[in-house]
Design a protein around this ligand. Structure first.
Ligand code: GDP
Length: 324
């Protein structure tokens, strides 16, 4: 039983896992994909980036043909058609349909192309809406996810179960670790798709001194925030496992939206008050992952404290998007 092995004393070294390897990254121009490509580059991999402009992941035969032509040893699937709570609520069809198709095509294509491993970006939203906190992997299937992002969450569950199927039937190393909510430099610039941190940061850097910051909902839901470079490192580290596992990648730190919004104000050195808008959705009441299995199996834990990550994100947003 894997969990009874002694915990590795140090996280995997990415250069040992990826040095000299041909690695396809989907979503390579996106938030997570860019961070993954940068770490693979540093690890000495031959990175084969695929962005939206290069390949339509909704086109099954095109995906198969391109992956066969690229001959990857590893495929890291970061592409999603997604967004924050508001976008998910307004696009239940695209967020379900497109992601099911994208996920299935890339997993199937990776296997058919002869890759030795597939790593897909899973999400904490795959957990049931009401679940004991911190979420442990064994509770994943105990209920329906938050309905506001139900179809998207189900697309992540389909991918996870198909990974399990590919491993069971073909011995293919396929897994899709469950990532906490991501934030950091390189996040969305499109406010229509922004998750909470990106949305608040974009608002706060444009506020006149002392003006209030509008926050959706009641401020009482909780979220766990994983810094983008930690997420990329955790995802890539999974290749060190002796066999694929259902695995959370998070910080284990649960923050109320009110506390998070205050941390955003602090990171931006903004002294205005928080104003909550309860007409906007709260979404899932609580979200926070257990980190125990990742620590036990991988020796991996997130490194970046929230305040430090938020400051890096503020700096990036100020440079990327000067106040209008
Ligand atoms: P979720 O974890 O899938 O629900 O994704 P989000 O990051 O979009 O939302 C997280 C939480 O942040 C919810 O409780 C929202 O009500 C809250 N929130 C507060 N202000 C905002 C905002 O401006 N945009 C978004 N997307 N969420 C916000």
């Amino acid at each position: 039983m894997q969990l009874e092995r002694p915990a590795p004393s140090a996280p995997p070294v990415l250069a040992d896992l990826y040095g000299g390897q041909r690695v396809v990254v989907t979503g390579a121009r996106g938030f997570l994909g860019r961070a993954v490509c940068a770490q693979l580059d540093r690890a000495g991999a031959t990175v084969l980036p695929l962005g939206r402009a290069e390949l339509d992941l909704l086109d099954r035969s095109a995906v198969k043909a391109r992956l066969r032509a690229l001959r990857p040893e590893v495929v890291v699937h970061c592409a999603v058609d997604g967004g924050g709570l508001g976008w998910m609520r307004d696009h239940p069809v695209e967020s379900g349909l497109n992601n099911v198709l994208i996920n299935v095509h890339v997993l199937e294509g990776a296997h058919e192309a002869g890759a030795r491993a597939f790593l897909g970006a899973g999400s904490a939203c795959a957990y049931p809406r009401i679940c004991p906190v911190p979420f442990v992997e064994d509770d994943l299937w105990q209920g329906y996810p938050e309905p506001t992002n139900g179809p998207y969450a189900q697309s992540k569950r389909v991918l996870l179960d198909l990974c399990r199927a590919y491993h069971a039937q073909h011995g293919f190393f396929a897994m899709t670790p469950l990532l906490a909510n991501l934030y950091g430099p390189g996040d969305h610039l499109d406010p229509g798709r922004a998750h909470v941190v990106a949305a608040l940061l974009q608002r706060v850097i444009r506020l006149p001194a002392g003006a209030p910051l509008e926050v959706w909902g009641t401020g009482t839901p909780t979220r766990e925030l994983l810094y983008i470079d930690d997420a990329a490192e955790g995802l890539l580290s999974c290749l060190a496992l002796s066999e694929p596992a259902v695995l959370n990648l998070g910080t284990g730190m649960e923050h109320s939206i009110a506390a998070l919004a205050q941390a955003v104000l602090d990171a931006a050195d903004h002294s205005g008050a928080l104003v909550f808008d309860p007409t906007k959705p709260d979404g899932q009441p609580r979200k926070c992952l257990s980190t125990a299995r990742a620590e036990a199996l991988l020796g991996w834990r997130a490194r970046t404290p929230l305040a430090e990550g938020l400051r890096a994100a503020v700096t990036w947003y100020r440079a990327a998007e000067p106040p209008r």
